[in-house]
Design a protein around this ligand. Structure first.
Ligand SMILES: Nc1ncnc2c1ncn2[C@@H]1O[C@H](COP(=O)(O)OP(=O)(O)OP(=O)(O)O)[C@@H](O)[C@H]1O
Length: 469
């Protein structure tokens, strides 16, 4: 069967062209011949060739290779990705080497051996296909990164003095490559701020790679972050690129950095200092270039406790620190955020124009929002979905009126099953109650709550969304 591939042979010797065409036609799907190099530009404009076989010398007595060099450069200027194989006279190896320095892929010496020509062309066609696949993958990757960055882009709402300061910090630090540490309770918008920093940075065409350190098991930490080689451990069925390397050129967002055990903090510090990773099972280091943004819900006091967090790592990460205050400390932001989400969900659920009653607005402003903006968002979504009139009322929101006391005195849930009322055996309700109690117990710390409930953070978020918590 013929191999798929279009070949152009350029030579002034008609015998060579005829012999070449006869030989190659039997093995490759398309062969074009040309004895006038001046026709090359026209041919290239009409058709694309997988491989071009180009003679070094045109005209009787020519042996300097000058014309070959001229046409080699010309073809590469017209089609930079061309795969060109030079045809050289016997003993013209020096000239051929020179041609390869200028961009030729390989050379064939005359008189040629048929099998060798076919093997060389076959390899060259494969090389061309791999190159164009790599090019397509690169372009697809770029488009995906852009699409992903755009899809994840959300409006950052807020006008309180505290939030204005945050915006100003973002504006000033985003275009620099400085490492940023974002501190704040769960749901205060740490990831949103990290994405905003990326969007406003010089790396915004590249990937924003988020790694939830609260969700990566200790055993998988190195393989996830640094990558691994096939066979490095049971289950490593193929080479895998680590997230640090995958984020090359872009931004690496390390979420829940405070959950990383001390010995893994040491490993992370080493790779961030050296700016290179050694994949598991590999012995060669791979350099990477990322801007690091971290987030944690630990307080500054906790971070300064060296039994919890390595101080040398902290200093590497907190060139700029952004503190996101809890929503209860920037009450001015509640109304604009609530109105923003009402509009957003009204559209999403095809609801008619919805307003907030004065009483509902007051209640939203008075709630302590222990789950912060995420909880406000869920409360609004639920209210919009269930709305029966054009004005949302207090009852439409499931507000934790005891929110303030929850923060001061976290509820200690009992594991005693007798706490569940005997008439309350609806699994859905029990699940909601349990999650709600666990959230309160852990002061809305998602990682700790998820751990206690035996769920992943993502699974907990899904359930919180389902129950409007
Ligand atoms: N300023 C804001 N304007 C509008 N929406 C916001 C704002 N801040 C946060 N949100 C929304 O609140 C939700 C939680 O935000 P985000 O995930 O960034 O919080 P987080 O602090 O990273 O949470 P966690 O600590 O649980 O990971 C998201 O849906 C986000 O869009």
């Amino acid at each position: 069967m013929k191999e798929e591939g279009s070949i152009l042979i350029v030579d002034d010797d008609l015998d060579i062209l005829t012999a070449g065409k006869l030989l190659l036609k039997r093995r490759f799907s398309e062969v074009t011949i040309c004895n006038q190099p001046a026709q090359i530009p026209e041919l290239l404009a009409k058709q694309s060739f997988d491989v071009i076989l180009l003679d070094m010398n045109f005209g009787p007595g020519e042996s300097s290779g000058k014309q070959g060099f001229y046409w080699l450069k010309k073809i590469l200027a017209l089609k930079p990705d061309s795969i060109i194989i030079m045809i050289t006279a016997h003993g013209g190896v020096d000239v051929a080497v020179e041609a390869m320095k200028l961009g030729a892929t390989d050379f064939i010496a005359k008189p040629w051996q048929n099998e060798k020509v076919i093997a060389t062309l076959s390899t060259a066609i494969k090389l061309g296909k791999t190159r164009s696949e790599a090019q397509t993958l690169k372009q697809t990757n770029q488009l995906l990164v852009q699409a992903n960055n755009q899809a994840a882009q959300q409006l950052m709402i807020g006008n309180s003095p505290a939030f204005q300061q945050i915006r100003s910090l973002i504006e000033r630090s985003a275009p620099t490559d400085a490492n940023v540490l974002i501190l704040g309770e769960n749901g205060t918008g740490k990831e949103l701020v990290a994405r905003e920093l990326h969007q406003k940075s010089l790396r915004n065409e590249k990937v924003f790679m988020s790694v939830d350190l609260g969700a990566i098991s200790e055993t998988l930490f190195e393989s996830e972050l640094f990558g691994h080689k096939k066979g490095a451990f049971t289950g490593a069925h193929q080479d895998r690129i680590g997230r640090l390397k995958a984020a090359d050129g872009g931004t690496l967002f390390l979420d829940e950095i405070g959950n990383l055990p001390l010995h893994l903090q040491a490993k992370l510090l080493t790779v961030l200092e050296q700016r290179q990773v050694i994949p598991v099972g590999e012995n060669k280091a791979q350099p990477f270039n990322v801007r690091v943004i971290c987030a944690t819900n630990l307080s500054k006091e906790q971070l300064l406790d060296d039994t919890l967090f390595r101080q040398d790592l902290l200093f590497r990460l907190n060139t700029v620190e952004i503190h996101l205050p809890p929503l209860r400390e920037r009450i001015e932001d509640i109304t604009p955020i609530a109105k923003h989400f009402i509009k957003l969900y009204q559209k999403k659920y095809h609801k008619p124009e919805l307003a907030l009653s004065d009483a509902a607005l007051t209640a939203l402003n008075q709630d302590s929002w222990p789950g912060n903006i995420r909880a406000l968002r869920h409360a609004i979504e639920r209210a919009v979905v269930l709305a029966q009139t054009s004005e949302l009322q207090v009852a439409d929101f499931q507000l934790s009126t005891s929110g303030a006391s929850v923060i001061a005195n976290p509820v200690q849930p009992s594991t005693d099953s007798s706490q569940i009322p005997a008439d309350e055996l609806n699994l859905e309700k029990i699940e909601k109650q349990t999650i709600s109690l666990a959230l309160k117990k852990h002061r809305y710390n998602i990682s700790h709550t998820a751990k206690e409930l035996g769920l992943t953070r993502a699974a907990l978020y899904r359930r919180m969304e389902k129950h409007g918590l």
